[in-house]
Design a protein around this ligand. Structure first.
Ligand code: ADP
Ligand code: MG
Length: 626
């Protein structure tokens, strides 16, 4: 019989795991039991929706037995079982394809304890066992098979005998070492405690043979020992429990058990609603962004149960895209069991639940923002972008739900602030909410366009995400204040009386500016004297809908190369350079050509745009130096 190799990625993870000093070995129990429970879910569900199958609730259980002499621990279930092919497919490759990547990404930060943060499923059995045997009989097959493995070398699959449908996992525990006492996993009390800790809410009975000793009748200190089968878990799912009886740790354990994330949740919402629609739910706001969150691969959704039976593991209709980061379960008696995905989409009950869930999530986020700012900022760091996409998508249909949850960097605070906070401290005379868009806070701070707004004592919101400006254009205003880019040609700031008005400057230099505009032909819409520049010689601003920052973003996307903002070249008439420009206009037209080209290209560079003709730019530079 040939030994099959584990798939490459699984091998490496297995290797890493077995060889790392590991402090959470005990989670293997949670993993094996949760697999058993999933398997029972599947057969239970099958029996419920198929009228030709009968089912007896008592037939669904998990049993733990141990054999101290042989140092084996056995976990059996009456679940759906596995065929030969399924044994090969399911146990030969790691289930969570992202786990190894995650481990790599985080190794530097956290050392080897990462695995303890999340499940590695079935493979965790190798944390405590050096030999694992799986005996399984599927409801789809008459044959039973035995899968055996001693770890990284590989595994074998052979036919074997098993009467009933289901699976047995037999762990041959490792020898004790100085640091690790594996015998404790043969200890009744230890196992009972582990099950209580990690698997108490599993809905099927987890049975164990418990040794009971009773005082022998008629004696004072002689005891009779007998074995009694006991159910060691409470079987009440966490969402059916009273929240007052649950601790933060209970919720965190459930989150880990379910593999909702590698992190600890930032907060949770426990919902019990009785009304037009009745349901229970436990929802979590994770702290960290899942590695695939901002990719197409990410699947949002909540686990959906109907009267305690799982009917879907990721019901996407329960969550709007902008709350796609929420994890958790929803259980309702009002849903029919054999409901298909297609029908479910139009189910009235489900829609009501989704609406309610949405409101609860929004309330929880608002609550965090108000009462737990530190955690809200962590949340926003991970998922703020999704909220901004939410404002932008569907032509702004959801902007009212989301606008109070937005935050941006502030020029005043050096941290993120909300729009409400911005409005609150706006000076009386300020008409607009000002923002500046750029690659990073550092770069924006150096933008010449921010000078006059900051001089006025106005606060500026720094937009560093691609989506920011697009989202804000859709939002249009907040509490009746419109947004204004510091790069827009009209800033809406009154000039001080003693300042030269730019109108006069424009009149005075009308011909020069016209000549420059002709030199730049269709590259700019206009050339004019700047009201905003203090220290810099030139900058670009824009007229019209599309900003320069938006042009940059659109151009980086396929099929948008033609996107073009209407640019205005603004000149600082108080700058030394302006005198040279004027002199060139009067005496040397060739020089004016060169100057104009250089200044325009400078302005492009400041904006982070590329120069259209670098050769010409370089040649012009040289001409000036000669
Ligand atoms: P996950 O549970 O996240 O899918 P695991 O590594 O825990 O990943 O398990 C891999 C797969 O092996 C499961 O998805 C399931 O198909 C199968 N499996 C594991 N244990 C059992 C079991 N007791 N009964 C039936 N199938 C099982
Ligand atoms: Mg699992």
């Amino acid at each position: 019989m040939e030994t099959k190799q584990f798939k490459a990625e699984s091998r490496r993870l297995l290797d890493l795991m077995i060889n790392s000093i590991y402090t959470h070995r005990e989670i293997f129990m949670r993993e094996i039991i949760s697999n058993a429970s999933d398997a029972i879910d599947k057969s239970y569900y099958k029996a419920l929706v198929d009228d030709s199958l009968t089912f007896e609730k008592d037939n669904y259980f998990i049993k733990i037995t141990m054999d101290k002499e042989n140092r084996t621990l056995k976990i059996s279930d009456t679940g759906i079982g596995m065929t030969k092919e399924e044994l090969d497919d399911n146990l030969g490759v790691i289930a969570k394809s992202g786990s190894l990547q995650f481990k790599k990404d985080n190794e530097a930060k956290d050392g080897h304890d990462i695995i303890g943060q999340f499940g590695i499923g079935f493979y965790s059995s190798f944390l405590v066992a050096d030999e694992v045997t799986v005996i399984s009989k599927s409801s789809d097959s008459n044959e039973a098979y035995m899968w055996e493995s001693k770890g990284v070398e590989g595994y074998t699959i052979n036919p074997c005998e098993k009467d009933s449908i289901g699976t047995e996992i037999i762990l041959k525990l490792k020898e004790n070492t100085e640091d690790e006492n594996y015998d404790e996993y043969l200890d009744e009390y230890k196992l009972k405690a582990l099950i209580k800790k990690y698997s108490d809410f599993i809905r099927y009975p987890i049975k164990m043979d418990i040794t009971k000793s009773e005082l022998k009748e008629g004696t004072e200190n002689e005891y009779d020992e007998h074995i009694e089968e006991q159910v060691v878990n409470s079987m009440v799912p966490i969402w059916r429990k009273n929240k007052r009886e649950l601790t933060k740790e209970d919720y965190e354990n459930f989150y880990n058990e379910k593999h909702y994330g590698f992190d600890k949740p930032l907060s949770h919402v426990h919902i019990s609603v009785d009304g037009a629609v009745s349901y229970n739910a436990v929802l979590y706001i994770p702290e960290k962004t899942p590695y695939d969150f901002y990719t197409k691969e990410y699947e949002k959704g909540l686990e959906l149960y109907s009267s305690g039976v799982m009917i879907m593991d990721k019901c996407s209709d329960l969550l709007p895209d902008y709350f796609g980061f929420v994890r958790g379960v929803v259980d309702s008696e009002d849903l029919s069991l054999n409901i298909s995905r297609e029908i479910l989409q139009h189910d009235r009950q489900l829609k009501l639940i989704a609406k309610n869930v949405k409101t609860k999530i929004k309330n929880e986020l608002e609550n965090m923002l108000k009462n737990d700012r530190e955690n809200y900022e962590k949340f926003y760091e991970s998922f703020g972008r999704t909220l901004k996409y939410g404002v932008y998508n569907e032509y702004g249909a959801n902007k009212d739900i989301l606008k109070d949850l937005l935050m941006f960097h502030s020029s005043k605070e050096g941290k993120m602030i909300t729009l409400a906070e911005y409005i609150e401290r706006m000076p009386e005379d300020q008409k607009y909410i000002y923002y500046a868009a750029g690659e990073s806070v550092e770069r924006i701070k150096k933008m010449p366009q921010t000078e006059s707004v900051l001089d006025k004592g106005y606060e500026i919101l720094y937009f560093t995400d691609d989506i920011d400006e697009f989202a804000i254009r859709i939002l249009m205003n907040y509490k009746e204040k419109e947004f204004k880019s510091v790069s827009s040609s009209d800033l809406g700031i009154e000039a001080n009386e003693n300042e030269n008005t730019s109108e006069a400057d424009n009149k005075e230099n009308e011909e020069l500016f016209k000549a420059m505009k002709d030199i730049l032909s269709n590259k700019v819409k206009n050339v004019k004297a700047s009201k905003r520049l203090k220290n810099h010689a030139v900058c670009l601003s824009n007229e019209g809908e599309l900003s320069i920052e938006m042009e940059k973003i659109l151009k980086a996307m396929p099929n948008n190369e033609a996107a073009k903002a209407d640019k205005v070249l603004e000149i600082n008439v108080n700058h030394e350079v302006f005198k040279s420009l004027k002199a060139a206009y009067e005496n040397d037209k060739d020089k004016l050509n060169i100057f104009t080209d250089l200044l325009y290209n400078q302005a492009l560079l400041i904006e982070g745009l590329t120069i259209e003709d670098p050769m010409e730019f370089a040649n012009n530079m040289c001409k000036l130096m000669m």
